[in-house]
Design a binder for this molecule. Structure first.
Ligand code: MN9
Length: 288
């Protein structure tokens, strides 16, 4: 389960319906061109928290059908409706997903006992494994080293997607949990995360920048830090330009430049303005 995973983008039409053909093209692009090791389906990048249960299932089904066994597949099933999470966990497990993942429950200030119950409820309902999705800047949920340790006591909880800039905590986790899978979640901090020993990375920008991401990861693992830093510099110039133009919308526009029908974002995310479209072309010509 180690390696580079794209946090899968989902293609929507102008009305916000899933565009199956476009979604399949995004998956193919990731497997054939980006050469990723896996796909993380139903995460933030998949605009998942704006979708219905049926739509989430449809995306899991299409992704498995298109990818088959070519790459590893992780299904993000987290939701603050635990019944929905359990239903999605069962569905993805039946489809043959290699692992599940769940975002820490958000919005309400759940205490740690509640968070622990959430993870155990979801993963103990299926014969599968769980990767914690920790993204404090969006959820507001900050867990301590000891709290991660408590969650990891359940052997079915095999890892964490660590989308945070807390490198002290990351180092402490690497030392304390040598057998758990740790994935870097911020693409712009992949080099330092790799130096600290992550097993892989899961990122939105890999949908377009997968090759550079792999270079950074592999160079850093070989200890070729100066070379890895050169690639991280280019990558971060690109990510800075993407973030300034609107993250998911711009990633989709960049894919469109590659001939991939990545489509629109789902409301309330806004439709790209003519200026954003123009700027995406500038970005594409600069970096690809
Ligand atoms: O899944 C992604 N996080 C979000 C991880 O989209 C919220 C990252 O890949 C970031 O999009 C990326 C740009 O900040 O690092």
């Amino acid at each position: 389960m180690k390696g580079i995973y794209s946090a899968l983008l989902v293609s929507f039409d102008k009305e916000g319906n899933i565009n199956e053909k476009g979604l399949r093209q995004i998956i193919r692009h990731n497997i054939d061109k980006n050469k990723v090791d896996g796909l993380y389906v139903g995460g933030s990048t998949g605009e998942n928290f704006m979708l219905s249960t049926e739509e989430k299932k449809e995306i899991f089904r299409i992704a498995k059908d298109e990818a088959k066994d070519a790459v590893k597949l992780i299904a993000q099933v987290g939701s603050i409706n635990v019944k929905e999470s359990v239903e999605l966990a069962k569905y993805a497990t039946e489809l043959g997903y290699d692992s599940l993942s769940a975002v820490t429950p958000f919005y309400y200030k759940f205490d740690f006992e509640e968070i622990k119950d959430y993870y155990n409820t979801i993963i103990n309902s299926v014969d599968n494994t769980m990767i914690i999705y920790s993204i404090p800047f969006l959820t507001g949920v900050n867990m301590s080293l000891d709290q991660f340790a408590e969650l990891f006591e359940n052997e079915k909880i095999i890892g964490v997607k660590f989308t945070a800039a807390d490198f002290y905590l990351l180092e402490r986790m690497r030392k304390r949990f040598p057998d758990k899978l740790i994935y870097a979640g911020f693409d712009e901090m992949m080099l330092p995360a790799t130096v600290l020993g992550v097993d892989g990375a899961i990122g939105s920008t890999f949908n377009v920048n997968g090759k550079r991401a792999r270079e950074i990861f592999e160079l850093a693992k070989e200890g070729r830090i100066a070379e890895a830093l050169e690639v991280q510099h280019v990558t971060n110039d690109l990510i800075t330009d993407i973030l300034a133009n609107g993250l998911y919308g711009t990633l989709k526009l960049l894919l469109e430049e590659e001939g991939v029908k990545a489509g629109y974002c789902r409301k309330p995310m806004k439709e790209a303005t003519p200026e954003m479209v123009k700027q995406a072309k500038v970005i594409y010509n600069k970096y690809f």
